[in-house]
Design a protein around this ligand. Structure first.
Ligand code: ZN
Length: 340
């Protein structure tokens, strides 16, 4: 029996030392020290021993059991340490490796200009409002004093969905929508895309961007219009910028004017930019037609207002010295990256 115990001890200790995984170690524990294990099997034969031998064998069996338990525990700890070390190694993060560059986008030149224009007008108390690009004929034309068959419609031919629904030709539609549900005082600007069935060339596009401005209150006069726009262009192109107004006709303003600003390149002396004139035609404006106020439920005998609209592409082209409007829409990255 002593030999059997010694054999178990040496075999088991060797097997424990050789175990490479905790699962293998666990099956060794069952095999040697489990309830049906080899050690238990031998202890069941104790009854056959002499009274003299029994305590000695009992002592030896306990020693063997204790030795095996100690070996199991030590090996289990070793294997756990090794597994942890392997995991740490495989999941290690090298904090000195340079990070992958994050690709940061930037604004389109048109967006930059829209935001500049908004900032200037917002400082003067104008709020930015929006309206739908798919618009009813009523808001795009009729409420703006341009009934069917009005000749002004010919200059703004657009894309129709049906007889009374179209892609808006001007952001002026937002004026009407604003006045319909707000009471004066009103001070808003409305930037947005507009559409006309124009062929594409260096200065025309079937899609372009306008910004509309509207102020309605008691006692608004043409002086307010001139002062507001003059200040705007001085902010945008510099304090030396001058403006002038020429009589014009629009169906929805009375009186109406076109505004020129002094050429920002030559200061008014005449250059290729201004075609030698010293002035650059920049926007249309006027006092809101009494009929338009009336259409929107605002009493023209109490209130008056001014409105203006300008193309933002033109502003962007001049601001960045770009000679072809198509560049703004072609999404050529070589072009766009210059505005980072
Ligand atoms: Zn010039």
């Amino acid at each position: 029996m002593r030999e059997a115990l010694e054999k178990i001890r040496s075999e088991a200790l060797a097997a424990i030392a050789a175990a490479q995984e905790s699962a293998a170690l666990e099956s060794l524990r069952v095999r040697y020290s489990g309830k049906k294990g080899e050690l238990t099997g031998i202890l069941k034969m104790m009854g056959k021993l002499s009274a003299e031998e029994r305590p000695k064998m009992g002592q030896l069996a306990n020693d063997v059991r204790a030795a095996l338990e100690a070996a199991f525990t030590a090996r289990a700890a070793e294997l756990a340490d090794r597994a942890l070390a392997a995991q740490l190694k495989s999941e290690a993060v090298d904090v000195t490796v340079p990070a992958a560059p994050i690709s940061v986008g930037h604004q389109h030149p048109l967006t930059i200009v829209i935001n500049e224009v908004r900032t200037i007008f917002e400082a003067m108390g104008f709020e930015t409002v929006e309206g739908p690009e798919v618009e009813y004929d009523y808001y795009n034309f009729e409420a703006l004093n341009t009934p069917p068959n009005h000749p002004a419609r010919d200059t703004q031919d657009t894309f129709y969905f049906s007889d009374n629904m179209l892609l808006r030709t001007q952001t002026s539609s937002v004026q009407v929508r604003t006045m319909e549900h707000r009471k004066p005082p009103i001070r808003v600007i409305a930037p947005g895309r507009v559409y006309r069935s124009d062929a594409v060339d260096a200065t025309h596009s079937p899609l372009f961007t306008q910004i509309e401005g509207l102020a309605v209150d008691k006692g608004i006069t043409f002086t307010d219009l001139k002062g507001t726009l003059d200040l705007f262009f001085k902010q945008l192109y510099g304090p030396e910028t001058r403006t002038r107004f020429r009589p014009h006709h629009f169906a929805y303003t009375e009186p109406s004017a076109e505004m020129d600003m002094s050429c920002f390149k030559c200061g008014g002396k005449g250059c290729p930019m201004c075609k030698g004139e010293g002035w650059i035609e920049i926007l249309g404006c006027g006092m809101v037609h009494p009929k338009v106020l009336e259409n929107c439920g605002i009493d023209p005998n109490v209130y008056s207002g001014f409105a203006f609209g300008m193309g933002l592409e033109r502003i962007a082209l001049m601001r960045y010295d770009i000679d072809d409007m198509r560049l703004l829409f072609e999404n050529d990255l070589r072009f766009l990256r210059q505005f980072r």
